[in-house]
Design a protein around this ligand. Sequence first.
Ligand SMILES: *Cc1c(COP(=O)(O)O)cnc(C)c1O
Length: 455
Amino acid sequence: METKKFLLNEQQIPTAWYNIVAEMTNKPAPLIHPGTRQPLKPEDLYPLFSRAAADQELNTTDAWIEIPEPVREQYRIWRPTPLVRATALERALDTPAHIYFKNESVSPVGSHKLNSAIAQAYYCKQEGVTNITTETGAGQWGAALSMAAKHFGLELAVYMVKISYEQKPYRRSIMQTYGAEVIASPSMSTKAGRAIITATPNYQGSLGTAISEAVELAMSTPNCKYALGSVLNHVALHQTVIGLEAVQQMEMAGEYPDVVIACFGGGSNFAGLAFPFLRGNLRGKTDTRFIAAEPASCPKLTQGVFEYDYGDEAGYTPLIPMYTLGHNFKPANIHAGGLRYHGGGAIVSQLKHDNLIEAVDIEQLDSFRAANLFARTEGIIPAPESSHAIAAAINEALRCKVAGRGETILFNLSGHGLIDMTAYDRYFAGDLQNYTVSPEEIAENTRKLEKILGN
Ligand SMILES: *Cc1c(COP(=O)(O)O)cnc(C)c1O
């Protein structure tokens, strides 16, 4: 019988994260300070983030950054995660392709988000911070940071996107179990929240708005820092532990991926799995394709513009050179809450601009169809976000079938869906729909962007 699972031991948890920027020929344009309009310096970020995270954010020279031992110690609760050959899915698709997935759903909070949460909480604690704030969409990041904050003895306030607060009460319970305070966003507790509630009273919230609220609270509270769960370079950096393990595991499997796929919200799990393999391409040793699977209702990589934009609704964050739908874009209320974000991170955006990675749009109904096939073959109920990666992997496997090509496909199972069963219920009831975004709506939002990169 063929080996199904490829497991590493605790000693094989990576000791350094991979900082791909150091090895990119075309590096992303610098982040820009929203006030001075000058390239951002690490000091500019110190009021907001831990110094370590701020330094990592702007580090373009060190390809390897050591993982502190207390962080590795926490990683050992669930890492290394398994690499699994999806043989039952392959049989169901009758494809000659070999399909592998890296199973990040085995973390205590059910997603990859803990990889960065632990690092960010650790650095805050190291630097004497007592309180942290954050936002959360579907609740995955909030859950991860709640666990990490409690471990390192930090108080945490989480702004949770209102639609998820209402649709996904159990994630709120998880955060509260770990001792965090959870506030539905937009809220009346911040200027940014009050402004949007006044303008759009029934607004169901978005990650962009929740970020504005969390940043505002961090800036106005002493000894308080903010932590972000995606988009930024240091978050992508921390997630590379996924791909660094997967490189070792693909070697155990005796194969190398022709295609690497991950779903795409702000880009952190995509970066995490892809960058260590992309390293082979950058060095001219491999010719792997990398596919970011985004929701058709929030198509920043395929239909957005490559330009400087804010990371949040209110425009508090630095200007980031990114593929964006405009920071005021209001995505449809799809169930993959973690993918409802208007832009992609700077590194991933630059890689896309240089055609080093690809992107595809997945319709909501296709993602649920893929999720059900995956659950019924591989036994794991995937998160609605991860289902976008599964749908893209299935499309690639079917392409291989038509072409009669036995390619190796690797995708990231970023999380499980056991706390998202309301979404599955609605799918079974026929209540879910696809959403398309018109070019006019995108143009309406991106037209307001200042032309700095000039695309
Ligand atoms: C947050 C989340 C995502 C999307 O975020 P990225 O930063 O793009 O990875 C994807 N899958 C799951 C399970 C998530 O929780």
